[in-house]
Design a protein around this ligand. Structure first.
Ligand code: NAD
Ligand code: KPL
Length: 305
């Protein structure tokens, strides 16, 4: 089985992973949307990673979707709403037993991807690292963090896991990956939409704790109903801790909105509301927040799905 890391989505996180894997000597290939993007990339000659004030260039090979050759290991680094359609286009190239690592935030996109590739193993990831694009093919490593990877369907650690340590990618194999994804989703639901609605940094929510707390109450009930008691434990305290620790930061959803980009709301607050509906659980605060957010996004001319 080939040990090449194919990377789908050469954006912020995909480029960060690609550069670190390539500099540790791993075989890496980027998969780009089409011939035009491929030509633009080849003119640039590679990816640039900025870390503090140091910049390094990595001449990582790239190909388009229809390149020949099977794919055995695929890092899916698109946004949640792009992941399943992108993987569906690549499905004919995925070898039997191929492994996909899904970096998407939130929940729901992982199952959408898995439906496209029943012959592949889907490994879910939850990342607290931070990266953003400064220009095309140039990414800044903005926040050190950690990555948890796991497979809810099968506990065995993949044979390539040490590649991550060798590449300096901080990671742990997590048997409780659904709980970790739910916990992050709950934090994102309690913080991110309110930062958009109040047009504030995370710390600005200290002035709106009367809105944050009832959301946490409903999220705790929802997590219990979804069989995720671990993810519910001390949620109120953790939300306040994160608000304080990231007081000067703008949430990822705030940044998407500020840059006029589509948000991942469907896989965050949208997923929470749909899950509550499936369980017959009333979540009026979350529903109301979702409606306000959708209205706000639509008023800005942004997609709200
Ligand atoms: P991004 O928008 O910077 O990158 C996504 C890339 O995927 C873009 O380059 C886009 O062109 C590409 N893409 C989309 N559809 C494609 C297709 N069909 N074929 C080829 N390429 C395609 O996004 P990002 O910030 O790297 O986020 C990716 C995921 O990681 C999101 O779910 C995000 O929530 C999560 N995440 C990001 C960070 C971060 O700091 N950036 C941190 C934690 C989690
Ligand atoms: O993950 C986050 C985000 O901005 O997406 C935090 C900092 C936890 C806020 O919800």
């Amino acid at each position: 089985m080939s040990s090449t890391w194919h990377i789908l989505g050469a954006g912020s996180l995909g480029s960060l992973w690609a550069c670190r894997l390539a500099r540790s000597g791993k075989a890496v290939r980027l998969i780009l949307r089409g011939q035009q993007r491929l030509a633009a990339y080849e003119r640039k000659g590679g990816l640039t990673l900025m870390e503090q004030d140091v910049q390094h260039h990595y001449a990582i090979p790239a190909e388009s979707f229809d390149a020949p050759g099977p794919i055995h290991r695929l890092l899916v680094a698109c946004k949640a709403y792009d992941a399943a359609p992108a993987v569906a286009r690549l499905a004919p190239r995925l070898a039997h037993g191929a492994e996909l690592i899904l970096l998407q935030n939130g929940l729901g996109s992982q199952d959408e991807v898995a439906e496209q590739v029943p012959h592949a193993r889907c490994i879910f990831a939850s990342s607290t690292e931070g990266a953003f694009r400064e220009a095309d093919w140039q990414v800044r490593f903005a926040g050190h963090g950690f990555n948890w990877l796991g497979d809810p369907a099968s506990p065995g650690m993949p044979t390539w896991f040490d590649d991550l340590h060798e590449a300096g990618i901080p990671a742990e194999w997590a048997l409780d990956i659904p709980a970790r994804l739910w916990r992050k989703l709950a934090l994102n639901c309690a913080i991110n939409p309110l930062t958009v609605l109040h047009d504030c940094q995370n710390g600005g929510l200290l002035g709106h704790l009367t809105e944050v707390d009832p959301l946490c109450d409903e999220l705790v009930n929802l997590l219990h109903r979804c069989g995720q008691p671990e993810a519910a434990s001390d949620l109120h305290e953790e939300v306040q801790r994160v608000i304080l620790a990231t007081a000067a930061n703008y949430s990822s959803m705030y940044q998407d909105v500020r840059h006029g980009r589509r948000t991942e709301v469907h896989y965050l607050l949208g997923h929470a509301c749909r899950a509550a509906g499936r369980h017959g659980l009333a979540v009026p605060q979350l529903e109301h927040l979702h409606r306000r957010l959708v209205d706000n996004l639509q008023a800005r001319g942004l997609r709200s799905d």
